[in-house]
Design a protein around this ligand. Structure first.
Ligand code: BGC
Length: 491
């Protein structure tokens, strides 16, 4: 029965159909009321997008950058692939709980990048929270093992290093870590040049050497690897353990780097959006607990509402609250549900995929549930994942609209390279994001290209593009020289 005290009535009516007859509509409405703060209207999302637009301008500015929450870091990547790149490369990829080494071959004739081989090394928690020296020694040891297994120690292949943390890049091979995110907190690395730390660790071993290293963020790797398949790709986006995006910006707007011509890829580090309090009005009590109990309180506010490292924990906190209010599990909390981070983000995808999964997971979490409980849990998951997708859409809309305005176009057609487990594994995430994009960036037609192994292969592609540009400018210089000589001969 729907009563006038059910607020908001229409919403409650649609949710009531999710519940069983034997539960009163009042409790359904109570659940809906608790979830209300997560439901962001399109108007609110537009406001969020406008705030991000201003923050991006602040991040790009010479004098406003140091105070900006959205860092807008220059990457020194000045071109996307043109399809003529080729050669063999090594790629390193550090960004989550694993470190990977890859041997990649770029084949011009077939316009494809082939992973010749790769090796995965786990990064144990004690290394993630240990010293920088331990971390880089571990990476260097893993690389050594791979080179041995591939018989590559005698060769010095060009190397791309995907390092998925915010770095102030000085050059393509000089990159200072601003701060750790996503559960890493190794001492002695923040404020240091990561390429130098890697090289020092390799020299400490002394059993092999490396030549040039191109450092990239995973968003850049994703854009570049998708860019080889589709040359209109000029945005890279990650929605995985962390979240972030990069895009090609006009050099004249990149005030911190000299030069006005051409473009440069900017790593937005949008995860930091809101760190100056600008998202206070949309933060829920649950977001505040997630932040307070994280290893980096006050940092990466936007990321904590969106990415895989935190979504499961938000759901767990909401389920706890609903149980305390006797709206779930007859008011009985299990030990597992009471324990931090036991509700994994992958459970959200599984539960939204089917109620049978929900039942299995709830049983594994030691909860006594009925069908209504399972439906409420699914509703909580849908609410949290949909807020994540809509917030991401608001941020992406800001970027595409900026590219459109930069070029003075009424309409923009562009491609976004995407990677990350949340985007790839969740059953409705991409639909939800794309639906919101229609409203938030109506003048932009966007193609989403899911990246296959982009953060690994992309680093190789950055190196390949750098090589192509170097070769082209060498050829240009040589032909200039020849023209000079011809002039001399003629005169
Ligand atoms: C990091 C970014 C990275 C993103 C996705 C964030 O925590 O700050 O540099 O691109 O995670 O991996």
């Amino acid at each position: 029965m729907i009563t006038s005290s059910c607020i908001p009535v229409q919403q409650c009516a649609s949710y009531c159909s999710l519940f069983l007859e034997d539960k009163s509509c009042m409790s359904a409405c109570e659940v809906v009321k608790h979830l209300e703060p997560f439901r962001l209207s399109l108007e609110k999302l537009k406001e969020v997008s406008t705030r991000l637009r201003k923050d991006m301008i602040r991040g790009l500015g010479k004098h406003t950058h140091h105070r900006a929450a959205v860092k807008m870091l220059p990457t020194f990547v000045r071109a996307t692939p043109d399809g003529t790149e080729k050669g063999d490369f090594l790629a390193l990829d550090l960004g989550g709980t694993n470190f990977r080494v890859l041997h990649v071959r770029v084949m011009e004739e077939e316009q494809k990048m082939v992973k010749m081989d790769s090796q995965l090394c786990a990064i144990p928690q004690e290394i993630m929270l240990g010293t920088g020296e331990q971390l880089f020694d571990h990476i260097a040891a893993c690389l050594s093992e791979f080179l041995d297994s591939q018989n590559l120690k005698g060769q010095t292949l060009p190397m791309g290093f995907t390092f998925s943390f915010p770095c102030e890049q000085k050059e393509i091979d000089k990159s200072i870590l601003i701060r750790w995110t996503k559960g890493f907190n190794c001492s002695g690395v923040e404020g240091e040049d990561v390429v130098k730390l890697l090289k020092e660790a390799i020299h400490r071993r002394g059993d092999y050497d490396i030549s040039s290293v191109a450092m990239v963020n995973d968003t850049v790797g994703t854009m570049m690897s998708c860019g080889y398949r589709d040359q209109t790709c000029e945005i890279g986006m990650i929605i995985g353990t962390g979240t972030n995006a990069c895009y090609m910006e006009e050099m004249k707007n990149v005030k911190r780097v000299e030069g006005e011509d051409g473009q440069m890829c900017i790593n937005t580090e949008w995860g930091g959006f809101g760190d100056d309090g600008s998202l206070e009005d949309i933060l829920t009590e649950f977001d505040k607990v997630v932040d307070r109990t994280s290893i980096n309180p006050g940092v990466h506010t936007f990321e904590k509402m969106i990415s895989g490292m935190y979504l499961g924990e938000i759901v767990r906190l909401v389920l706890m609250k609903l149980t305390e209010k006797k709206l779930l599990f007859k008011g009985e909390v299990s030990e597992a549900l009471r324990t931090k981070e036991t509700f994994e983000t992958k459970f959200i995808s599984m539960i939204e995929d089917g109620l049978e999964n929900a039942k299995k997971i709830l049983t594994e979490l030691g909860l006594t549930w009925d069908l209504v409980d399972a439906r409420v849990v699914r509703l909580v998951c849908e609410t949290i994942s949909s807020r994540s997708a809509r917030l991401c859409a608001a941020a992406l809309a800001t970027i595409v609209d900026r590219i459109r305005a930069n070029r003075g176009l009424p309409h923009l057609k562009t491609t976004v390279g995407v990677d990350g487990t949340v985007y790839k594994k969740h059953p409705n995430y991409s639909d939800e994001l794309q639906k919101a994009m229609h409203f938030l960036a109506p003048d932009c037609k966007i193609k989403f290209l899911v990246s296959e192994d982009g953060s690994g292969k992309g680093a190789a592609m950055v190196t390949a593009v750098a090589q192509r540009l170097a070769l082209q400018s060498r050829l240009l210089e040589e032909s200039d020289g020849e023209e000079d000589e011809e002039e001399k001969v003629r005169s």
